[in-house]
Design a protein around this ligand. Structure first.
Ligand SMILES: [Ca+2]
Ligand SMILES: [Ca+2]
Length: 223
């Protein structure tokens, strides 16, 4: 259990949002803010995915409740990076486990929000150095349903990527729960540890009630 706590703590650190101090990115953040606040009134905006809160919640419990007690506890949630990163916000009764009602309520929150997209700006570093030319993919947790699509981007020389996949005019990440994969191959060899790609432990929650919503999402990875 101690190691699982460490994983959760490490994820929290890796996903900590902070202001990206590059001036270009501050300008970009401003543009993204305009997109965010305007996305309910701008013609041609991408449509929200279809939400199925109860069905998604039941599917999540069916998949991750390994001991069959009807709840996903801290140990079980480690298998689901998207739920793990959002655990404190979903566990509203504070019993240190997620039940179907709590998960459904969180998905209902995404559905009811007046906005639908968070920032799509991501900054990735590996061992303290910006990681250029890396593929960054946000993969919706499968229980959210087929209308949620994976979205991705490639980092530039500063390690910054703009995530899109729905509509090039509206880069960003639909509110929801994701597992994130960061991959870079050099001479045919993966240079990022597999716990950040093939067996990723990186999770991300996009929602309107998380501080730093319009700031760059940072993943500070270490070997
Ligand atoms: Ca359980
Ligand atoms: Ca709970």
């Amino acid at each position: 259990m101690a190691s699982l706590t460490m994983i959760a703590s490490s994820q929290k650190k890796q996903n900590e949002m902070s202001v990206w101090k590059n001036p270009y990115c501050l300008v970009l953040a401003g543009c993204l803010h305009a997109t965010l606040v305007g996305c309910n009134s701008t013609p041609g905006r991408p449509e929200k995915p279809d939400f199925s809160p109860s069905a998604s919640a039941e599917a999540a419990v069916a998949e991750y409740d390994a001991d069959g007690d009807g709840r996903i506890d801290q140990g079980e949630v480690a298998a689901c990076p998207g739920l793990a990163i959002a655990f404190p916000r979903i566990d509203t009764d504070g019993d240190d486990a997620l039940d179907a009602q709590e998960i459904a309520a969180r998905i209902e929150h995404y559905e009811a929000a007046s906005a639908s997209l968070s920032t799509g700006t991501v900054m990735v570093s590996l061992n303290g150095q910006p990681l250029p030319e890396a593929a960054v993919t946000f993969e919706p947790e499968a229980f959210l349903g087929d209308s949620f699509k994976a979205c991705s981007g490639e980092t530039d020389y500063t390690g910054t990527a703009v995530i899109s996949g729905h509509n090039d005019r509206f880069p960003g990440i639909f509110f929801g729960l994701y597992r994130v994969r960061v991959s870079k191959t050099v001479n045919g060899k993966e240079v990022v540890p597999e716990r950040f790609n093939a067996n990723t432990t990186l999770g991300h929650e996009a929602s309107d009630d998380i501080p730093g919503l319009i700031r760059a999402i940072r993943f500070d990875l270490r070997d």
